[in-house]
Design a protein around this ligand. Structure first.
Ligand SMILES: Nc1ncnc2c1ncn2[C@@H]1O[C@H](COP(=O)(O)OP(=O)(O)OP(=O)(O)O)[C@@H](O)[C@H]1O
Ligand SMILES: Nc1nc2c(ncn2[C@@H]2O[C@H](COP(=O)(O)OP(=O)(O)O)[C@@H](O)[C@H]2O)c(=O)[nH]1
Length: 226
């Protein structure tokens, strides 16, 4: 029986986690699990964790570790038969430790993208909040400007994607992510990719995963959750 594959993808806001996760899910048949999507689903379903999470997100804050792990770990337990890639979690050392107690990771992908590139990308990022679908007016524009391709609903720009808010967000990201990166480095599973373009990074990630991902059993293969 082939071993299942487990990975996380980390990087600052706008580094391309969502975009690259989608490509990985499609190319390698992994489940793409997005912590932001889990949070939105829990808010929509008004679960206890969802109600708690909403109060933080409304203020533009990260959801506390305990709420986040309560929300996420049970979802991972439902995934024991699948290979997956987790995007947006862990964001803190406490989350990385909680995840480590729940499962063994094979790879931690770390995206290292220059600040100017992040600013430029997020200036052009538009999202469809109910689904979490992300567009970029230059890189992957919607078919009709300002409109979600699937639902026809309006797209919005997030307040915290503005360049002024971004610098503070990135500083915060660096502080919080550093111990997580060190944690995975010490485990020997950290792979860092640095470039300004997703299309340049992608072949390197694809090569890495081709060597790491065992032949996935046909019943464990599944499409992305998006
Ligand atoms: N691992 C996590 N820990 C704490 N809060 C989280 C976590 N994952 C998601 N959240 C909360 O859910 C919100 C939406 O998450 P999501 O990853 O979709 O968007 P984001 O923060 O804008 O990320 P990015 O800009 O990196 O794409 C976050 O802003 C945060 O409040
Ligand atoms: N110009 C450009 N935009 C990109 C590239 N890769 C991703 N994007 C866009 O940049 C924004 C951030 O990417 P996203 O995948 O949401 O990053 P995340 O915040 O790390 O999940 C989105 O609007 C993407 O469409 C790239 O190589 N070039």
């Amino acid at each position: 029986m082939s071993k299942l594959f487990r990975a996380v993808i980390m990087g600052p806001p706008g580094s391309g986690k969502g975009t690259i996760s989608e490509r990985i899910a499609q190319s390698f048949g992994l489940k793409h699990l997005s912590s932001g999507d889990f949070v939105r689903e829990n808010i929509a379903a008004k679960t206890e964790a969802g109600v708690q999470a909403k109060t933080y997100i409304k203020k533009g804050l990260l959801v506390p570790d305990l709420v986040m792990t309560r929300l996420l770990l049970p979802r991972l337990e439902e995934m024991t038969k699948y290979s997956w890639l987790l995007d947006g979690f862990p964001r803190t050392l406490a989350q990385a430790e909680a995840l480590n107690s729940a499962c063994d990771l094979d790879v931690a992908i770390n995206l290292n993208i220059p600040l100017e590139t992040l600013k430029e990308r997020l200036r052009h990022r538009w999202i469809h909040p109910p689904s979490g679908r992300v567009y970029n007016m230059c890189f992957n524009p919607p078919r009709i400007q300002g409109i979600d391709d699937i639902t026809g609903e309006p797209l919005i720009q997030q307040e915290d994607d503005r360049p002024e808010a971004l610098v503070a967000r990135l500083r915060h990201y660096k502080d919080v992510a550093k111990p997580v990166i060190d944690f995975y480095k010490a485990k020997g599973i950290l792979y860092t990719f640095s470039d300004t373009e997703t299309d340049q990074i992608w072949p390197n990630i694809s090569t890495l995963l081709s060597t790491k991902i065992p032949t996935i059993q046909s019943d464990a293969r599944c499409a992305s959750t998006h």
